[in-house]
Design a protein. Sequence first.
Length: 276
Amino acid sequence: MKFAYQGIPGSYSESCIKKNYPGSETISCRTFQDAFELAKKDKNIKALVPEQNQLIGSINIETLILKYRLNVSAEHFFPINHTLLVIPGAKFSDITDVYSHTAALSQSNTFINRYKLKENVMADTAGSALYVSKQKDKTKAAIASKESGEIYNLEVANQKIQDEAENFTRFLVFQKEVSHPKFAENEKYITSFLFKLKNKPSALFQSLTGLSIRQVDMTKLQSFPEKGTFSSYYFFCEVQGHIEEKKVSGAISDLELHCSEFQLLGVFKQSEFRNR
């Protein structure tokens, strides 16, 4: 099995793949779009992409979900523990600048401000570790995973520096091939879909009424504008349950009556993380 991900070896995305799909081949990509592109072209390649973080919210991949219309086949909640990494021999008191992805910097904002460190935005966390390793400058530190430090020969100056001790990112797996698990009574599922409403008053309220009547729990509703306009919006939505369940299929049929466009993105087993 092959997985494309944004970043370089040592990134949280790669670590998530290795944990959940041991032995899989990983393909490093410069951008999220590059990962989607590979999965779109090759049915043997899946893309694992972060969708939402517990501390900062959406990662804003909705436009890519809309553009590529790939099947969502799985979700994974992965712990994000940010580590402050320095070159060998550097002391904490030497550090003046920190480098990392904008999300990691935002998640470590309290620590950065407390020690009056200067933020420098990089393309990804592991990339910042590689950069600091190459610079060989004691004043520079990277915020990345502990694994990145091991790969790029950096030392740990401080651990778990994120604002909250518990920090998880939700990753989604995208693939070209459409495949839904067969419904089983003892399993819990998520059904994921995109829709665009007809241009009429109270369209969103009316479209979601079926979920309430049929007691289907909505776990996500994210709106984003259609390209080139602020008057038309798409919605990325997820509900608990399997499309083969009568209440779920009925609620979605009700919703489709109010849509000018609808697409089922996938049905997948609900992560056990949700049962905590």
